[in-house]
Design a protein. Structure first.
Length: 118
């Protein structure tokens, strides 16, 4: 099992930035690809970004390319999502996840709310 806890959500004005953190415990986090997902009210959960187990490969949803950066520090068992140029459409609950392969995320955090005001 991997336990994940997200930090760093909050309220920010449009154009602002936030950095989300995902602290992992349990099994060796460095073995797992990690990802950030989000779910807005009335919408399905969608992937935002993912990163390979050692951080060499990253992948982003088109709607965040150039604005968000995913990273990880395996020595600290932590993944990050730097979010810049936020807009109200980015308002959602953001979830950290980890999984045994690139397309399967079995472990989830509880989510952190990000609200972007116009």
């Amino acid at each position: 099992q991997v336990q994940l806890v997200e930090y760093g959500g909050g309220l920010v004005q449009a154009g602002g930035s936030l950095r989300l953190s995902c602290a992992a415990s349990g099994r060796t986090f460095s073995r797992y690809p990690a990802g950030w997902f989000r779910q807005a009210p009335g919408r399905e959960r969608e992937i935002v970004a993912r990163i390979s187990s050692r951080g060499a490969i990253t992948d982003y949803a088109d709607f965040v390319k150039g604005r968000f950066t995913i990273s990880r520090d395996n020595a600290k068992n932590t993944a990050y999502l730097q979010m810049n140029s936020l807009n109200p459409e980015d308002t959602a609950v953001y979830y950290c996840a980890a999984g045994t392969n690139w397309d399967l995320f079995e472990y989830w955090g509880q989510g952190t709310q990000v609200t972007v005001s116009s």
